[in-house]
Structure formats: C-alpha cells, structure tokens
Design a binder for this molecule. Structure first.
Ligand SMILES: Nc1ncnc2c1ncn2[C@@H]1O[C@H](COP(=O)(O)OP(=O)(O)OP(=O)(O)O)[C@@H](O)[C@H]1O
Ligand SMILES: [Mg+2]
Length: 128
C-alpha cells in the first residue's frame, strides 16, 4: 500500500527535516512554498504604525509517497526534526495513494518509488 505524507513545517526547519529524512533513506520527495494558518489564525506583528495581523504565514510543504510500512518511522523523523515546541510547528497529513507510475520505465506502485540506497534497501542490508 502506498501512502502520501503531506508535512507542513516551519520554513527554517526544512534543512534539518531534509537531512533527517535523508539519514533514514527517504530519497524521493517534493517541496512547496505555501501559505496558511492553523488554529491561531496567524500572528500579530508590531510595526511602526501600530500592530497588524498577518493571517497567512509562509510554510513549507513536503510531499512524500512511500510504502505504508515506512510511515511510522518517517512521521517520527519529521516530528523529531521539525519540532520546536512552540505554536506553528506544523501538521502532518496522510493520504492513501491509488497509483504511481515511473514514466521512463513504466514501473508501477511500490517499484515506481524505489531508489538505490533507500529506506527499504537499507533494511534488507541490515537484515542480511
Ligand atoms: N485544517 C487544516 N487544513 C489544511 N492545512 C492546515 C490546516 N490547519 C493548518 N494547516 C496548515 O498547517 C500550517 C501549520 O499550522 P500550525 O502549526 O499553526 O497548526 P496548529 O493546529 O495551529 O497547531 P499549533 O497550535 O501548534 O500552532 C498552517 O500554516 C497551514 O498551512
Ligand atoms: Mg498554529
């Protein structure tokens, strides 16, 4: 079963989260610059002419398609690397994925998102 992780994190946590994911063998991903707000509805900033409300804050969205059996480890890694403990650390959403197709080879499903040295190859090496 393929899943999609959509992780919304702080902009300044992208480097740490990327490094941590790379360390556990998560290779394929895409990253978007987004804007949004959670339950605080933005933040109040103090400017020269008084305070003003910024309702849509810049965030980073990381999308990863992966096998279900790697979900827990990957989520734990993002939480550990992305957390400051303050409001605005972000959210992680998980979706089911219908299908994946690697255009060059026609590979489908799990095979389409396998990479040399990835999280699954590492596990097999570790077990051998
Ligand atoms: N219900 C939602 N649906 C889609 N995206 C959301 C939703 N809530 C928040 N987001 C996105 O997640 C980002 C991070 O939200 P944020 O970390 O402030 O969550 P929160 O629920 O308010 O938790 P906290 O109390 O830790 O701030 C938002 O900027 C927005 O991009
Ligand atoms: Mg919030």
């Amino acid at each position: 079963m393929l899943k999609k992780i959509e992780a919304i994190i702080r902009e300044d946590k992208l480097g740490e989260v990327k490094d941590a994911l790379n360390e556990i063998g998560i290779k394929g991903m895409n990253v978007l610059e987004i804007r949004g707000h959670g339950r605080q509805g933005g933040i109040t900033l103090a400017g020269r002419s008084g305070t003003y409300q910024v309702d849509m804050l810049p965030k980073i969205q990381i999308n990863i398609i992966l096998s279900e059996h790697n979900l827990d480890e990957t989520i734990a890694t993002i939480v550990k690397a992305g957390r400051t403990g303050d409001a605005g650390d972000g959210l992680i959403f998980v979706y089911p994925v219908e299908e994946a197709v690697r255009i060059r080879t026609g590979e489908r499903g799990h095979d389409a998102v396998m990479y040399p040295g990835d999280i699954d190859e590492r596990k097999h090496k570790g077990a051998a």
